[in-house]
Design a protein around this ligand. Structure first.
Ligand SMILES: [Zn+2]
Length: 292
């Protein structure tokens, strides 16, 4: 085994040891009468924050900026037109960079949720708690409503302390479920998967992959894949969480393709386009967690 591989195996072993997550999975979601499945459109409004964190070259960071200046507005307009309630996971610093877009989205009835202060959870617990408080307060001050959802890796105990109802990360199951971390605290999780994530198909070198390992896919093909995922879940009465980034999906031809996908979904009876908060509240109400 070469050194590089040995290091990687060691990292995987450490990660496995550090992961004390436990799950309570659901067989099905008991939707309100007339509803067959829920589709959550979720936006990770990272703009240039993740790009800066990864120390990417300036042109990559500028792509992130497009998300804040243009992409987010196009997507809000698209969702408004189709009466879809999106959930926008927002780093706290976006409140300093693009507050008007958040206000406009909230005014249209979209949910503004938390996505870390600067797109990272510090290892030091106290610093992480400080970041969570800062982003929560910044979002509340900007849109006038305290967030109840997050897409982050904060400890569950700290999320409960700040009043969070759900997290939306990980792919332990295709349906919403309960998840406990090493703090022993349980929380609703609304899963998504990288196969239903725009950045996997519309980027070069996403998260440091080699360019040849990741090529840009044409929007029609991406929508076909997501349609197949939707149909499969529709037949099963399931759930779909489509993860997008305004700097990625906010490009004009991708917005147009997304519009066609939404129209196609709306032709099927019983498709619900709620915010993540609505799904999390439904799960808590109709599928209460079993105390273990
Ligand atoms: Zn993000």
């Amino acid at each position: 085994m070469n050194t590089n591989l040995t290091d990687r195996v060691r990292l995987i072993e450490e990660a496995a040891r550090a992961n004390d997550d436990r799950y309570q999975l659901l067989d099905r979601i008991e939707y309100p009468d007339g509803i067959r499945m829920a589709v959550n459109f979720t936006l990770d409004f990272d703009a240039m924050l993740l790009r800066r964190l990864l120390n990417e070259p300036v042109p990559q960071r500028a792509q992130g900026e497009f998300g804040g200046r243009v992409g987010i507005w196009r997507l809000i307009e698209l969702f408004d037109r189709h009466d879809v309630k999106a959930t926008i996971f927002t780093p706290g610093r976006i409140c300093e960079l693009y507050p008007e877009s958040l206000k406009a989205a909230a005014a249209s009835g979209h949910e503004i949720a938390e996505h870390m202060w600067e797109h990272q959870v510090p290892k030091e617990r106290e610093l992480a708690q400080d970041h969570l408080r800062r982003s929560t307060e910044a979002l509340e001050a900007t849109v006038g409503q305290r967030p109840v959802g997050t897409r982050s890796g904060y400890p569950n105990a700290d999320l409960v302390e700040e009043g969070y109802l759900y997290n939306s990360h990980g792919a332990a199951h295709h349906l919403p479920h309960y998840m406990a971390d090493k703090t022993g605290v349980w929380r609703v999780n609304l899963p998504f998967h990288f196969a239903i994530d725009d950045a996997m198909f519309y980027s070069f070198a996403w998260l440091g992959s080699d360019n040849p390992a990741q090529r840009i896919t044409e929007p029609g093909r991406v929508m076909d894949m997501w349609w197949d995922a939707f149909e499969q879940q529709y037949e099963a009465g399931g759930y779909l969480n489509i993860c997008m980034h305004p700097f990625v999906s906010g490009r004009a031809l991708r917005v147009a393709a997304l519009g066609k996908l939404i129209e196609r979904m709306k032709e099927k009876p019983g498709v619900w386009f709620p915010s993540c908060r609505e799904v999390a509240e439904l799960v808590v109400e109709r599928h209460p967690m079993v105390e273990i």
